[in-house]
Design a binder for this molecule. Structure first.
Ligand code: IYR
Length: 224
């Protein structure tokens, strides 16, 4: 069956030197990204954040269903509600829902149930995964590989925000059902990730973490 419509691919082959130059710059820029938990209350240009969401929404997805929705939250009252609800869940997490090994693994990060960044950051992006679609008649439409698709979109988003000069945190105050309720989302929208966005606080510090060397995270040509 060949009923699908096609258009010519726009693609520019780069000279290899240019490819290397761009790749090194990109690697360097993204290696500088750190999860930030101390935010300045300074405002940020929301038009830039919207452009970053546009980048996220250009991600590939299962059967091109684009199973994502992004809610931009800047209202202080709403941020406070989100903080309070997140802290209720996180208190439970730290007081027993996470097992002792998990708590121990988090020690280098210095996290606890207190989440002031949910109010301090000028902007929160709540990423929703649309578990199924809905047509004009309100009928359910299947979606595919939604976890993978939204994960890729979230990666695009974090990269774009970092390259825009903004700090982010990937936060998952689970279970995250309260986000769908507070943000009045339909049942098919499942909260996937909560991303505070802003500038780091003046005195912001981050854990002293090392990344795995390339040779330990990749291998090549096991048989030649
Ligand atoms: N959601 C909790 C716990 C937490 C879990 C993981 I895995 C982290 O990488 C960091 C934190 C919290 O945000 O504190």
């Amino acid at each position: 069956m060949d009923s699908h419509q096609t258009i010519p691919l726009e693609f520019l082959r780069l000279p290899e030197e240019e490819m290397r130059r761009r790749t090194l710059l990109h690697a360097q820029a993204l290696a500088g990204r750190r999860s930030v938990r101390n935010f300045s209350a300074d405002p940020i240009p929301l038009d830039a954040v919207r452009s970053c969401i546009q980048v996220a929404a250009s991600a590939p997805s299962g059967a091109h269903k684009q199973p994502w929705h992004f809610v931009l939250v800047t209202d202080p009252t709403l941020k406070r509600k989100i903080r309070l609800a997140a802290e209720v869940e996180e208190r439970e997490n730290y007081q027993g829902r996470m097992n002792p090994q998990w708590i121990e693994d988090l020690e280098p990060l210095g996290t606890d149930h207190d989440k002031p960044f949910l109010e301090d950051a000028p902007c929160l992006i709540v990423v929703f995964r649309e578990a199924w679609g809905e047509d004009e008649e309100g009928q359910r439409r299947q979606h595919y590989y939604t976890q993978e698709s939204v994960g890729i979109a979230a990666g695009f988003l974090l990269g774009a925000l970092h390259l825009a000069g903004l700090a982010t945190l990937t936060h998952t105050p689970s279970p995250m059902g309260f986000l769908g309720s507070l943000l009045e989302q339909p049942e098919r929208m499942k909260a996937f990730l909560l991303i505070p966005v802003g500038y780091p606080a003046e005195d912001c510090r981050v854990p002293d973490l090392q990344r795995k060397p390339l040779d330990t995270v990749m291998s090549q040509n096991l048989e030649g």
